[in-house]
Structures are given as structure tokens and as C-alpha cells.
Design a binder for this molecule. Sequence first.
Ligand code: URA
Length: 279
Amino acid sequence: MVSYTKHSKINATQALRWLIDMGADEITSDTPINRFVMSPQNNNPKIKDTATRIVETIDGSVSRPAPVGKNQIAPAEGAHDAATGASAVTDIDELRAVVEQFEGCALKFTATTTVFSDGNPSADLMIIGEAPGVDEDKCGRPFVGASGNLLDKILHSINLDRSKDCYITNVLFWRPPGNRSPTNSEIAACLPFVWRHIELKNPKVIILLGGTATKTILNTQEGIMRLRGKWSNIRLANRKRQIPCMPTFHPSFLLRQPNQKREAWHDFRAVKTKLLEYY
Ligand code: URA
């Protein structure tokens, strides 16, 4: 009986982990929603919705943060200071310096280093992950641990070199203790910097790695299982051009669920095709 209880607990934890990995990481409603009925363009569940979404609500101007709706990222005290700091900088080096000085996100005080970015600031491709892990926290560069190795391999498979062809950053610049998921207010505190980062970098294409980056940048509550592989465009306030974003699985998820690598590879190939359109 004792061992049954122990196994039940392990199985329950594994089941929860599996649900989170599959993108079911929140309760959005007490009643089920039939989304096929809701969408007049797609009432046939066999037809995949391939239309490009345009995220009009996202506003890159740091003085006017994206609107906060139900279940969306709440404003944090630090966000105001971040907005002020972000609006004052004119290039990526200045932004890095302001982020390193910033004290409006509590994660800064438990982290060892600020992890700002890696790669080539002139690259066409910007990759945005979630937050530094233990390895990144030690050396101050994003995606250097096991998930970074996998990311490098995936990039290599589409003939992209991390240091030459990509510019890599995260939604958070400091490691959450114990690698826990970041809170909404921690994300909100960093968000003005993230928008300014995108604005200054002005990439041709963005890859969003995992649910947190996708939800944050696309300002959505939809899970990564639903959004991966579908292009969304973001339009920054002071730029006419839209930036195509491809959400895909986070490499650390792929390390736990290697059977999903095929889907991710498909997404990265779509990114490569999109980049080639610019040449
Ligand atoms: N996971 C992330 O999302 N970012 C990193 O930099 C490392 C692991």
C-alpha cells in the first residue's frame, strides 16, 4: 500500500510534467471550448490552419507597453524603470549596459551573471528562448548547456552557424532559482528590454523557442503545441515592416521528448526557407 501511494505520486508528477510539456500548462476555462465551431474559416478539423497571424496588438514602443488583458502578463514595478531605461538607449551595446545595471527584476539578486545575448548582432535570424539555466548563469551566455548543444546541432542541420548566422537571447536575462518557470511579473519587468532588443536588432526572422517566449512575444495564452510551426508576424510601433516569427519547441523539451524533434526540424526548415527569400 505504501509503495502503491509512492508510485501514484510519481505517476501523478510524471503525468503533470507530460501535460506541461504538451503545452497544457494552464486552466483557461471551466467549460470545454470547441474551437473548430468558433473559427468560421476552419470548421473542418482535418484542414490545418496555415494562415499567418498578425499580432497587431504588440507595440514595440517602450513607453506604451502591450495591453494587459485577462490572464495576460501583469505590469510589474520594474517594468516602468525598464521602459525608461530601454527607451533611452540607441544601440544594442547600450541596451546590454542598461540591462546589466537594472535592479527592477528580483531574479537579478539570485543569479550569478546577467545573460544578455550571444552570436552575431548583424545576423538576419534572432532566436529568443526563455531564461538562462545553470550553465548559462555561470558563463553569461545563453544556450551553452545541454539544450544549447542541441540547438547548435539543429542549426547546423540547416546550415546555420550559431556565432555567424544567429543572434540569440532570452525573454529573461537572469536565471530563475532552481530553473523554475518565470513569474508573470518577472517577465513583465524584462519585457520593455526585450521589445527594445528586437527593435534595435531588427532581424529578418525570429524563432521563438518554447511556450514562454511564444506567449510573451505573441501576447497569447495559446500553448506551444497549438502554435508551433505556424508563422505569426509582429509589427513594432515605429517600424513599417512586420517581422515573421516561428514558434517551435524548446530544445530542453526536445531532450525530454526526442520523438518531437521531427516537428522542430520541420519548423527550422521553414525558417531556413523564409531566410532564403531575402537573398
Ligand atoms: N534555456 C533557455 O531558454 N535559455 C537559455 O539560455 C538556456 C536554456
